[in-house]
Design a protein around this ligand. Structure first.
Ligand code: HEM
Length: 213
């Protein structure tokens, strides 16, 4: 199964499917925020317009460059593309984490402290994982670099799993799920993405690049 998803097309399609809801929402808000046409239930984020805009722009860039980084054939054949897209991935990941923490500090939360604490921890964990991925590549330790890059992607995009769980509930009930049970589900879906990343790191094969990156 993991071998099947390590092929370029299935991998990109699987990652795109798992993350399209937050990436699409972020992309739409990149245009809605400057034009003031954002939905009413997002209006409370307008108390921190810079953080909000930076967050959705970085979220879209992080979500789009992530799958490109993990395709082995692209890494091996187009080393320059991997390096350019990798820099965008790291920069956008760092902005995503910092702006997420800044939103957390400025916006009045609509959730229980469980989600706020988890968001804070995931934001910090994203920054740490990106730093360790960069430190590993400076040491030319490709295996460690790959492991931390996969962890960073999973931490940042854990929201994709949350959306896949919450979106059908929203479609069926017409209401966004709220309350402690929904917040436990929110944090569990995000955390499971990180557990899944650990399984991928341990069980997928890896061959180092022929051209050093
Ligand atoms: C560790 C990663 C992340 C952290 C810590 C984080 C944190 C936050 C926080 C605190 C908010 C404000 C929530 C509220 O009070 O309603 C928020 C909103 C938002 N985030 Fe993130 N986020 C992360 C990842 C992402 C990613 C990867 C995307 C998109 C690809 C994304 C897209 C959004 C969007 C679109 C909103 C606005 C939601 C709305 O309109 O209500 N976030 N995020």
């Amino acid at each position: 199964m993991i071998r099947f998803f390590s092929r370029p097309a299935p991998l990109v399609l699987a990652l795109a499917f798992c993350t399209f809801i937050p990436v699409l929402t972020a992309l739409v808000q990149v245009f809605q925020i400057p034009s003031g046409t954002y939905p009413e239930d997002s209006a409370r984020l307008a108390v921190a317009p810079m953080s909000w805009f930076a967050h959705v722009l970085a979220g879209a860039a992080f979500g789009i460059t992530g799958p490109v980084q993990f395709v082995r054939a692209l890494r091996h054949r187009f080393g320059a593309l991997h390096r350019v897209s990798g820099r965008i991935f790291v920069l956008s990941g760092a902005i995503l984490g910092l702006s997420g923490l800044s939103l957390l500090a400025q916006v009045t939360s609509q959730r229980t402290p469980l989600v706020d604490i988890a968001r804070g921890l995931f934001g910090l964990a994203l920054l740490i994982a990106l730093t360790l991925a960069m430190a590993a590549i400076r040491d030319r330790d490709f295996l460690r670099h790959r492991a931390w890059a996969i962890r960073a992607y999973a931490i940042g995009m854990g929201l994709g799993a949350v959306a896949l769980v919450f979106f059908p509930i929203y479609i069926i009930t017409g209401q966004p799920p709220i309350g402690l049970a929904s917040d436990i589900l929110f944090v569990a879906s995000w955390a499971l993405t990180i557990v899944f990343a650990e399984v991928v790191i341990r069980h997928s094969s890896y061959s180092p690049p022929r051209v050093p990156t």
